[in-house]
Design a protein around this ligand. Structure first.
Ligand code: HEM
Ligand SMILES: *[C@@H]1O[C@H](CO)[C@@H](O)[C@H](O)[C@H]1NC(C)=O
Ligand SMILES: *[C@@H]1O[C@H](CO)[C@@H](O)[C@H](O)[C@H]1NC(C)=O
Length: 337
């Protein structure tokens, strides 16, 4: 695309954005989904969504676990105040990044998100936000793992700052959080009880490291665990204090670890949920009815998962002239500092 072409496109984007987006001078975000639209890049980068789809497929062929990361990224970025790609920023000399904070334990594959961004930049420089790439790669990750194909709006812009560990701890529940607290945190984002239950169905894929599990195995085995599942967990996590350097983990769903399906719900009803939260949603009277319904019907699970992921990905985005379009997903553009 020539220089004039790019100017024209940027100009049209500017007009569209200023005309449709609410003004938000405090820069915190425009509220639930305000300013997001289907196919935001239709004029400015019509190939954007296809490039992301293509890249996710290529990466998935080489490293299957990238798809898990794209899904988990949505939770860890969007549930913490705003879907603004703050999760992707690197640490600076003065701030430890979100990625490196305790709550992000086990997160991986961030460098491949930059691979996707580079492919998009080659086609449309400075147009597509990292926040949209994060969310759309999550959608493609869900599809790669056999989940539903979820229509998602775009038009998010990128934040300038990584959030502190204490902010993460306020927004992201811990592995052993009470269901009441978990329900409250999701309700604050407009995700209701069946929505939360469906989103936790993401734990149908991927892994959990032993550090998050040993409390349920040592010194005594949690009597709530299915005794048939314990020997496997003990074999994978033989030490009460796991060696932090050894990568010891248990697969979340032994039956179909690479497929996003409703087997998770059958597992947790069978007391084979790994995390305490997984176990608790199967037993708490507020969540159990939905767990049972999703265990019976994959369609119902997919329908609720789709609805909840749309809500989660529209949590308080930066739109319009707020935030920026980062050139590189690991760093804010320099001129803002
Ligand atoms: C109460 C809420 C949640 C808690 C406490 C929680 C906690 C965790 C923990 C402790 C792990 C294991 C990390 C490791 O050891 O490597 C994990 C993995 C994972 N979580 Fe969650 N999670 C929650 C909700 C969600 C949601 C809403 C999603 C997606 C929308 C999600 C997606 C994932 C995925 C895909 C993995 C596997 C990652 C991998 O294998 O790389 N989680 N989660
Ligand atoms: C945004 O708000 C500022 C000051 O509050 C105002 O000057 C500007 O015209 C507003 N822009 C739009 C697009 O509403
Ligand atoms: C949850 O587990 C962490 C260790 O990962 C522990 O420090 C904390 O006290 C536990 N919280 C509850 C409520 O049991």
């Amino acid at each position: 695309m020539g220089y004039l072409g790019s100017c024209f496109l940027l100009f049209s984007v500017f007009i569209t954005v200023s005309a449709t987006v609410k003004n938000d001078s405090n820069g915190v975000g425009a509220g639930a989904g305000d300013g997001l639209v289907m196919n935001f890049y239709k004029e400015s980068c019509p190939q954007a969504e296809d490039i992301i789809k293509e890249q996710v497929k290529l990466l998935y062929k080489r490293h299957k676990n990238t798809a898990f990361s794209w899904i988990r990224n949505i939770f860890h970025d969007c549930a913490v105040q705003s879907c603004d790609a703050s999760l992707l920023l690197d640490s600076t000399r003065r701030h430890l990044s979100e990625k490196e904070a305790d709550r992000s334990f086990g997160m991986r594959n961030f460098r491949y998100l930059n691979t996707i961004k580079e492919a998009v930049e080659r086609e449309c420089p400075n147009v597509v936000s990292c926040a949209d790439i994060l969310v759309l790669s999550g959608r493609e990750g869900v599809a790669a793992l056999g989940g539903p194909y979820i229509p998602l709006k775009t038009g998010r812009r990128d934040g300038y700052r990584s959030r502190s560990s204490s902010v993460l701890e306020e927004y992201l529940p811990d592995h052993n959080e009470s269901i009441s607290t978990v329900l409250e945190k999701f309700a604050a984002m407009d995700v209701d009880t069946p929505g939360l239950v469906a989103l936790l169905g993401s734990h149908s894929v991927g892994r959990t490291h032993c550090v998050k599990l040993v409390q349920r195995l040592y010194p005594e085995v949690d009597p709530k665990l299915n005794p048939d599942h314990v020997p496997h967990m003990m074999k994978k996590c033989p030490d009460p204090i796991p060696d932090p350097k050894a990568v010891q983990y248990v697969r979340n769903d032994r039956g179909t670890p690479m497929i996003l399906d409703n087997n998770y719900f059958r597992n947790i009803l069978d007391n084979k949920g790994l995390l305490l939260v997984d176990h608790q949603i199967a037993t708490d009277s507020r969540t159990r009815p939905y767990v049972k319904k999703m265990a019976k019907s994959q369609d119902y699970f997919f329908k609720e998962f789709t609805r909840a992921l749309q809500i989660l990905t529209e949590n308080n985005p930066l739109t319009g002239t707020n935030g920026e379009i980062r050139k590189h997903c690991s760093f804010a553009n320099k001129h803002h500092h």
